[in-house]
Design a binder for this molecule. Structure first.
Ligand SMILES: NC(=O)c1ccc[n+]([C@@H]2O[C@H](COP(=O)([O-])OP(=O)(O)OC[C@H]3O[C@@H](n4cnc5c(N)ncnc54)[C@H](OP(=O)(O)O)[C@@H]3O)[C@@H](O)[C@H]2O)c1
Length: 274
């Protein structure tokens, strides 16, 4: 029988997940389909029920359903519960289990750039859902000092307070994008949406970018002005396609319990963004 997987969100037409996962399922020679389902938030409960009844085995969850889906699951992995967002649902028998694979995706993307988890200062631009997942992941590193810089300071402060409550002992401060200072930072992560539009400028003053700083921009649609500026100024820098790849690969591993075909998935993603 054909195995069924998919992604739910609203809207969903922009999602790159179908291209990546369909290529992976083909490469693994599985009789399986991966589809995109447009699920308006008010229909989440009945649509989810219908998908389980149709035999769907696994789902990715994207904006704006990552939080809303949590109370509808039988079990939620502690990391996803702490972050308050699920991006992967696995169905085992009749039970549904929620995970968040963004953190592991982020970590593997950094590892590709040569980043090693060690004590140091990391600056995260942004304080939304993606910043929360990144901050959570970085806070697992012993001795890590974090600065959350956001356009609206209060939101950065809220994220910093949340992280301090969740991870006792982690040093977190909050500031604005204008006031952020990178002198002693080893890692800069852009988790704002600045750079998504062709007309966007940089979220910070590029004069602060210097050799030795690792810059990761979560935006995956294109190489952003921040990544371009960072490369010009001698930083190691990349945009978010690799994180998208690795979070998807981890979803696939959770569904199938086997190694995902990373090369095939990467090529499918690169083709889809082009
Ligand atoms: N590569 C991946 O796998 C991956 C995974 C998840 C997300 N992402 C990307 O990460 C980005 C953030 O996603 P999200 O879910 O965290 O979004 P979100 O919750 O809506 O947060 C948006 C963030 O961007 C900031 N922002 C928006 N417009 C701004 C502007 N004009 N100037 C300065 N800051 C601005 C917001 O600041 P305020 O609080 O001040 O409004 C907030 O910090 C998106 O581009 C998304 O595509 C990538």
């Amino acid at each position: 029988m054909t195995r069924l997987f998919g992604v739910i969100g609203h809207p969903i037409t922009h999602s790159l997940s179908p291209a990546m996962h369909a290529a992976a399922l083909r490469a693994l020679k599985l009789d399986a389909l991966y589809s995109a389902f447009d699920v308006p938030p008010k229909f989440l409960r009945p649509m989810l029920k219908a998908l389980w009844l149709s035999g769907v085995e696994g789902l990715n969850v994207t904006v704006p359903l990552k939080e809303a889906v949590i109370p509808l699951l039988d079990r939620v992995d502690p990391g996803a519960r702490a972050i308050g967002a699920v991006n992967t649902i696995v169905r085992r028998g009749k039970r549904t289990i929620g995970y968040n694979t963004d953190g592991i995706g982020f970590r593997r993307a950094l590892a590709d750039l040569g980043w090693r988890a060690r004590p140091g200062h990391a600056v995260i631009l942004g304080a939304g859902g993606a910043a929360r997942a990144v901050a959570w992941e970085l806070a697992q590193v012993r001795g890590m000092r974090l600065t959350i810089a956001n356009r609206h300071l209060e939101r950065a402060r809220r994220l910093a307070r949340w992280l301090t409550r969740q991870r006792r002992g982690v040093e977190v401060s909050a500031t604005t994008l204008r006031a952020v200072r990178l002198q002693d930072a080893a890692l800069l992560v852009n988790a704002t949406t600045v750079g998504m539009r062709a007309s966007d400028r940089l979220p910070i003053d590029p004069a602060q970018l210097r050799r030795g700083l690792l810059v990761y921009d979560l935006i995956y649609h294109r190489r952003t002005p921040l990544v371009d500026a960072a490369c010009r100024r001698g930083c190691v820098a990349a945009h978010g396609l690799s994180m998208l790849l690795y979070q998807g690969a981890e979803s696939l591993r959770l569904w199938l319990r086997r190694a995902p075909p990373i090369g095939v998935m990467r090529r499918a993603l690169e083709q889809a963004v082009r």
